[in-house]
Design a protein. Sequence first.
Length: 262
Amino acid sequence: MKKLLAMYLLVLSLFVLIGCTDSVINTWGGIEERGYVVVGLDDTFAPMGFRDNSGNLVGFDVDLAKEVGRRLNIEVRFQPIDWDAKVLELNSGTIDMIWNGLTITDARLEEMLFSNPYIANTQMVMVRSDSDIDLINDLSGKKVGVQISSAAEEAVTANGIFDDLGELLKYDQYNQALLELKNGTIDAVVIDEIMGRYVISQSDGEYKVASENFAEETYGVGFRLEADEIRDVINQVLSEMISDGTAAEISLQWFDEDIFLQ
């Protein structure tokens, strides 16, 4: 009886695995046949993708993805994801791409394909306005917050200061780290400059930026390693949007300047 049960469970798991594999689409023709594309994002990552006061999903990358979908005549569906599980979400087929201020790093290039880089960014040190932290070495002995599995975490752990930190705390979302910073529970947050500057612009003088940052980097859209055809389609439309000025118009709405890489 136990052997029969074990065989049944094995066959059932194989059917589940096959079903999951069949649901993964790696061609643009497959996307068109299905009728929509699924974009994964952290919906607390302002100003790239976040919820406004009415709970609506808005943001710079959200607007870019919507315009790409409009030009391709394809519905764009946005799917909030656990940032720590983003590669798993991609590979399982629950999302088709990650478009949400995603930093291109060597480690991520081993796990996913990237579009052409479209924005430059840094990992900056954000502190309270009364803090005396200004250089990376000033973080020695301090409590520092990052988002788990983020480019900030990679940048900090790769830097020599990592061994001298008082503690590196990892949060599911940057909002949690920023709340801890505001309350004085931690001393600094290492965060994407794009988000950090936006948060500071929306605050009442609570924060400032250290003069030294961790890393110069670029953003790209992430895809499954096998989805080069989908990547190429997105690359083409993004290139057209940059060339005809539409991308600059979207950038001006969010940043009051054209921040696209030319």
